[in-house]
Design a protein around this ligand. Structure first.
Ligand SMILES: O=C(O)CCC(=O)C(=O)O
Ligand SMILES: [Fe+2]
Length: 288
C-alpha cells in the first residue's frame, strides 16, 4: 500500500490537515474576537445583528471629515477602492443610456438641464452589494424602512453637466430620498465639480484638497465646489429633522471642461419620512 510504503505521506497528510484545521479554527476565533470587540452601544442597538454581519464582510477603511453640520455634509476618502471602481466600470460599460430629467409626469432628455449618460447597477453584483452595505453602515441603520435605491453611474464627457437641483422629490409627502453619496469614480477631468451655491466656503486652506479655493477654480460659481477626486465621496442629508427639505443642499454637477468624469449616486430612501406638512399615510416601499 502506498501509505505503508511511503509512511511520510501519511504524516504529511495528517500534519497538513491539522494545520488547515488549526488555521481555520484560529481565524474563526479571531473573527469572533473581533465581533466580541464591538462596543456595547452597538449590541444594545436594535440593528446589531446586521451591523455585526456587515462589519465582518467589509473591512474597507476610510477617513471621514465633517465639512458642515447644517446641512450635514461629510467627505469620505477613499469611499471606494480602485479595484471596486474598475469592476463597476466594467460591468456597466454596455449599459449607459442618455440621462433624463423628471419634469411633471414623464422623464425626458433636456440638454439645458442635464447632459450625461447613466448606467443603473444591479443589486445582485457582489461588489455593488458590498458598496451598498458600506453606505448603509456609514449612515447607521435607520430601521427597515430605509433602503438604498439601485446605485447609478453618471458619465460626463466634455460639456456634460447636471443643472441645479435637489435630490429629494418635492411632490412626495411620504417616503423620500433622505441622503446622498456622490462618489467620484473617474476624475480625469477639468471642471466637473459638485457645486453647492448656498454653502459658505470655509476660511483657511485646510479644505483646499477637497474644495476649490481659488477664484479661478470657482470659475464664477458661488458657494462651495467639491473637486472630483478618484475614490472620494461626499455624503449629505437632504432634510431637516422635521421633514422639510434643506435648501443648503441645492447642488449641480458643473460642466466638464476636458476629460471624463464618472460619478456614482447612492441614494437612501426612508419610507418613514413624512413631509413637514403631510398627514401621516403609508408610503410604498420602492420598486427597483
Ligand atoms: O455630478 C455631480 O457632481 C452631481 C450629480 C448629481 O447631483 C446627481 O446625479 O444627482
Ligand atoms: Fe444631485
Amino acid at each position: 500500500m502506498v501509505f505503508l510504503k511511503y509512511p511520510s505521506y501519511l504524516t504529511y497528510f495528517f500534519a497538513a490537515t491539522a494545520a488547515i484545521l488549526g488555521v481555520s479554527l484560529l481565524s474563526d476565533r479571531l473573527r469572533s474576537d473581533h465581533l466580541m470587540a464591538i462596543p456595547r452601544v452597538v449590541i444594545d442597538n436594535l440593528t446589531w445583528t446586521r451591523a455585526i454581519r456587515q462589519s465582518s464582510i467589509d473591512d474597507h477603511q476610510y477617513q471621514v471629515q465633517i465639512f458642515s453640520k447644517d446641512p450635514l455634509i461629510m467627505a469620505i476618502h477613499p469611499f471606494i477602492t480602485n479595484d471596486e471602481i474598475a469592476h463597476l466600470l466594467h460591468v456597466s460599460e454596455n449599459n449607459f443610456t442618455t440621462s433624463l430629467v423628471y419634469g411633471g409626469e414623464e422623464s425626458r432628455f433636456d440638454p439645458n438641464k442635464r447632459i450625461s449618460e447613466s448606467a443603473i447597477l444591479s443589486h445582485d453584483d457582489p461588489v455593488v452589494l458590498r458598496v451598498e452595505q458600506r453606505a448603509k453602515n456609514f449612515q447607521g441603520w435607520r430601521g427597515n424602512r430605509t433602503v438604498i435605491q439601485r446605485p447609478t453611474l453618471q458619465r460626463y464627457q466634455v460639456g456634460g453637466f447636471f443643472d441645479y437641483h435637489y435630490d429629494w422629490e418635492p411632490k412626495r409627502t411620504s417616503g423620500n430620498r433622505i441622503t446622498t453619496f456622490m462618489v467620484y469614480l473617474v476624475a480625469d477631468c477639468e471642471g466637473g465639480g459638485t457645486n453647492f451655491p448656498y454653502l459658505t466656503r470655509p476660511n483657511g486652506t485646510e479644505w483646499c484638497n477637497i474644495i476649490e479655493c481659488t477664484e479661478d477654480g470657482m470659475d464664477g460659481f458661488q458657494g462651495v465646489t467639491f473637486k472630483p477626486r478618484t475614490g472620494s465621496a461626499i455624503f449629505w442629508e437632504n432634510f431637516y429633522p422635521n421633514g422639510s427639505g434643506h435648501e443648503g443642499v441645492y447642488h449641480a454637477g458643473l460642466p466638464v471642461k476636458s476629460g471624463v468624469k464618472v460619478g456614482l449616486n447612492i441614494w437612501s430612501w426612508d419610507f418613514s419620512w413624512r413631509s413637514d406638512t403631510a398627514e401621516a399615510d403609508n408610503a410604498d416601499l420602492p420598486v427597483n
